[in-house]
Design a protein around this ligand. Structure first.
Ligand SMILES: Cc1cc2nc3c(=O)[nH]c(=O)nc-3n(C[C@H](O)[C@H](O)[C@H](O)COP(=O)(O)OP(=O)(O)OC[C@H]3O[C@@H](n4cnc5c(N)ncnc54)[C@H](O)[C@@H]3O)c2cc1C
Length: 320
């Protein structure tokens, strides 16, 4: 059976790899190639941020934690590494709802001034430009393809063609889903200055602070502004991000700024992962991962592959 995956962000590529591994003939079509997507802007830390509902997100993020940890061990060239880090918390320290996904979670012993507690944990972090390129190579090695194509509507599926819709925020226009909305995020890239650990302070509603070190650069964030579409980095916001991060991680004061990025998180009251019968075939939707597309990617890809398998077994039964 042929599968067209629309979208070449982390969600589309992960689905495409899983489907190609199961023997499907997979073609990815995308307006933006992987390094041009929102996914390429992400930090990217394994952390279930602004994705719902929590029970499904817990399962998807636990599955992804396991897979990314495996990649960090067996395929470090993928850009995935497991690193210790700290989440700082103000107010009462309650056990995170995603606790069961992170085996190494422990309370922070030395709490810095201004905070009431925190957590220490080793989690996968993903150098997205490296990782997205690695996913494309993996897909191509399995016979799949990635082609630039700006589609005005989803391809029409049929008895021998299933379509996976992994277009993120663009599903608002593409399938008329008005429950999707952007949560704008801005980050600053600085040169690596020997930092190994990540740090997160969810701070205020619109201004969070995170520092995610990769081999070549450190991603410093960030913001989360609901309903904002402007893709241009704002200089004043970049200064505020750096000032917050430098207060928490003084080593960053000597790190040269090497870039600025903005991305629009595809927020939705609930991730949409479901099969829809269209004409003679099926579209499997997988979008609306909010601030956690990387964190949910492999878990969602497994469920999408299971939906596509179900379509295949139903049409096999119908043709007998
Ligand atoms: C600043 C920032 C930091 C983040 N940090 C993290 C993090 O630390 N951890 C984490 O897990 N997540 C993080 N996220 C969230 C994560 O980036 C998103 O959840 C994820 O990128 C969504 O992936 P996606 O594949 O659904 O969408 P996208 O990456 O947006 O990909 C959508 C694809 O669909 C294609 N497409 C759209 N419309 C069409 C069309 N009409 N025709 C053809 N193709 C089309 C696009 O071109 C693109 O290829 C962050 C996001 C931002 C902005």
């Amino acid at each position: 059976m042929r599968v067209i995956v629309v979208g070449a962000g982390v969600v589309g590529l992960s689905c495409a790899v899983r489907l190609a591994e199961r023997g499907y003939d997979v073609a990815v079509l995308a307006r933006d190639l992987p390094l041009e997507t929102t996914s390429a802007v992400a930090g990217a830390l394994w952390y279930p941020y602004r994705a719902f509902p929590h029970d499904a997100v817990l399962g998807w993020s636990a599955a992804t934690f396991t897979e990314l940890t495996r990649l960090a061990e067996l395929a470090p060239e993928s850009g995935v590494a497991t690193r210790w880090g700290t989440e700082l918390v103000r107010g009462p320290l309650t056990t995170p709802w995603w606790r069961d996904a992170v085996p190494g979670l422990e309370p922070l012993a030395d709490v810095p001034a201004g905070y009431d507690g925190g957590w220490r944990m080793p989690v996968p972090i993903v150098d997205m430009p490296v990782y997205l390129s690695w996913l494309v190579e993996r897909l191509e090695s399995l016979g799949g393809t990635v082609t630039r194509a700006w589609l005005a509507s989803l391809p029409v599926p049929g008895p021998h063609l299933t379509v996976v819709n992994a277009t993120g925020l663009a599903s608002r226009a593409l399938v008329g889903d008005q429950t999707l909305s952007p949560v704008r995020g801005q980050v600053v890239l600085v040169e690596q200055v020997g930092l190994h650990e990540w740090l997160l302070d969810q701070g205020e509603e619109t201004a969070l602070t995170y520092v995610v070190p990769h081999q070549g650069v450190i991603v410093v964030g960030g913001t989360a502004v609901e309903g904002a579409y402007d893709p241009r980095p704002e200089p004043a916001t970049a200064q505020a991000i750096l000032a917050r991060a430098r207060r928490l991680v003084p080593e960053l004061r000597r790190a040269r700024v090497v870039g600025h990025r903005v991305g629009l998180r595809p927020a939705r009251p609930a991730v949409r992962l479901e099969a829809e019968r269209v004409a003679e075939g099926t579209v499997v939707h997988c979008y609306g991962h909010g601030g956690a597309g990387v964190t949910l990617s492999w878990g969602c890809a497994a469920d999408v592959a299971a939906e596509v398998d179900r379509v295949g077994s139903v049409s096999d039964a119908a043709s007998r």
